[in-house]
Ligand binder design. Structure first.
Ligand code: KIV
Ligand code: NA
Length: 277
């Protein structure tokens, strides 16, 4: 399959269909999500929560994003792979942002990077884009600011906050971002922002009016019960299936019904460990 490119993603604003993005953190999951037709795989700093078990995304490092990114890239045959810039890897200065975006791209897995923030990081975005690195923006609920927001809360409430988010989106558009994630904002505001920028908006908890959607893969699959935001639709109950499968495995081990003869090798049989096709 042909890789989804940044120009392909930009073009979807006019041509559709809506962009389907999902997070991924390892090779096996990336391959399944890619086969399922996801357009973009985000190696999100959400890995701090869903992979590492931290209560926030703050501890995640550039090295960890790169490590997971290399595994994801090996499974992404068609999907565009985005690397999330972690907390304190870009906030310090445009120089720091450019250096770390460059590090992430040189590592080899990523085809673009994503940064949280609006007007205040527009200059960083401009510098990274000028170096030939495509940038995806992310405004609204920005989890790296969880302590400033007083928790994971809906953003853009009230006219002033709504107007600020429109300005943030326009600043990212003008700085050259190729897409903008809109997280946890009311659908009307998301539609207003979508109409106010030239690039696709990718919503998470931002209604169906965006140019695309994104979900954390473990939320989408019903595997992460700790935080269940309203927008995290469970398209499957894989978590239930994993627990049921584990119970069945434990039972068969204890009953000695697994492994059976069909899972065991014959003394004079072939040495290959896989059954003949
Ligand atoms: O880290 C992440 O998973 C994200 C998405 C939810 C947009 O930033
Ligand atoms: Na993130």
């Amino acid at each position: 399959p042909k890789k989804v490119t940044v120009p392909d993603i930009r073009a979807r604003k006019a041509s559709g269909p809506p962009i389907a993005m999902v997070t991924a953190y390892d090779f096996t999951m990336a391959r399944l999500l890619d086969e399922g037709g996801a357009d973009m795989l985000l190696v999100g700093d959400s890995l701090g929560m869903v992979v590492q078990g931290h209560p926030t995304t703050l501890p995640v490092t550039v090295e960890e994003i790169c490590y997971h990114g290399r595994a994801v890239a090996r499974g992404a045959r068609r999907a565009h792979v985005v690397g999330d810039m972690p907390f304190m890897s870009f906030q310090v200065s445009s120089m720091q942002a450019l250096e770390n975006a460059g590090r992430m791209m040189k590592d080899g897995a990523f085809e673009s990077v994503k940064l949280e923030g609006g007007e205040e990081i527009a200059e960083h975005v401009r510098r990274i884009v000028a170096a030939g690195i495509p940038v995806c923006g992310h405004i609204g609920l920005t989890p790296q600011s969880v302590h400033a927001m007083g928790g994971f809360k809906v953003q853009g409430k009230g006219e002033e906050n709504a107007a600020r988010l429109v300005r943030d989106a326009q600043a990212l558009d003008e700085a050259g971002a190729y897409a903008i994630v809109l997280e946890a904002i009311p659908p009307d505001l998301a539609e207003e922002i979508t109409a106010a920028v030239s690039v696709p908006t990718i919503g998470i908890g931002a209604g169906a009016g965006c140019d695309g959607q994104v979900l954390v893969c473990y939320d989408m699959l019903g595997m992460y019960p700790d935080l269940r935001p309203r927008f995290a639709k469970r398209f499957s109950e894989v978590g239930e299936q994993i627990m049921a499968a584990t119970r069945a495995y434990v039972d068969e081990v204890q009953a000695r019904t697994f492994p059976g003869a069909e899972h065991s090798f014959k003394p004079n049989g072939p040495r290959r460990i896989t059954p003949p096709a």
